[in-house]
Write a protein that binds this ligand. Structure first.
Ligand SMILES: *Cc1c(COP(=O)(O)O)cnc(C)c1O
Length: 223
């Protein structure tokens, strides 16, 4: 695999999408999702000049965290986290993208040594199989989470259903964007809600058109 070429292509495509959306060039951060490869291959990709790394499983995250300690990286856990594993990982990550229950928030509150930047995961598409809060449950959840000083809600994360068409993507991403703005307006101290984690290899253009600030890209780096 020619990682320099793949990296340049992904970054260029994100830059193009950002420009087409009439947004500032530095407003979208790219997370390289390395879950498909082992640490040494991930390292070859990251050395091309990538700052953000994402893993979706606790064990793989910790394995790479140790193996890649000499690289200067920002660490994202993008997949769901079981409560019993919170203590193993919570103090190593920079961003957690899949806060999907108040019980999980309570466990983070108990185990974290410092405020953790979290995204509330929302299930906008109402897929049965997806994790995340239903939109109608969010306000109640933040009533509790606003008392947790170890949680900083930086934004919302969502995933579109596999194979969604352009109209569905627009619907899901624009609803998530509108909800983010609404929550930001509340002005709650530990809830800046300035960020949106949306967009993967297949749908980052639509996500950027609808305000995404973090795209999570895997496949496109490894072809
Ligand atoms: C795997 C994964 C991605 C990356 O998906 P690609 O289609 O490979 O770009 C993004 N987000 C989450 C939560 C993932 O598990």
């Amino acid at each position: 695999m020619n990682f320099q070429k793949n990296k340049d292509e992904v970054f260029q495509a994100v830059a193009n999408a950002t420009e087409e959306a009439h947004r500032p060039q530095n407003s979208v951060k790219i997370i390289a999702v390395t879950k498909y490869v082992d640490s040494s291959i991930a390292k070859d990709l990251l050395k091309t000049g990538i700052e953000h790394i994402g893993e979706n499983r606790v064990d793989k995250f910790l394995e790479k965290y140790e193996a890649l300690a000499d690289l200067k990286l920002t660490w994202h856990l993008i997949g769901s986290l079981q409560r019993r594993k919170v203590k193993d990982i919570i103090n190593y990550l920079d961003y957690f993208h899949a806060l999907d229950s108040v019980k999980l928030a309570a466990e983070i509150q108990k185990r974290a040594n410092k405020p953790i930047k979290c995204f509330l995961q929302v299930n906008v598409s109402k897929e049965e199989s997806k994790h995340g809060f239903m939109v109608e449950d969010i306000h109640q959840a933040i009533e509790t989470i606003k008392n947790y000083d170890k949680i900083e809600l930086v934004g919302l994360m969502t995933m579109a259903p596999f194979g969604a068409d352009a109209d569905q993507l627009k619907d899901i991403f624009s609803k998530t964007h509108a909800l983010q703005k609404e929550l930001q307006q509340l002005g709650i101290a530990n809830m800046p809600f300035t960020e949106l984690s949306m967009g993967m290899s297949g749908d980052f253009k639509e996500a950027i058109a609808n305000g995404s600030t973090f795209v999570r890209i895997g496949t496109a780096f490894f072809k």
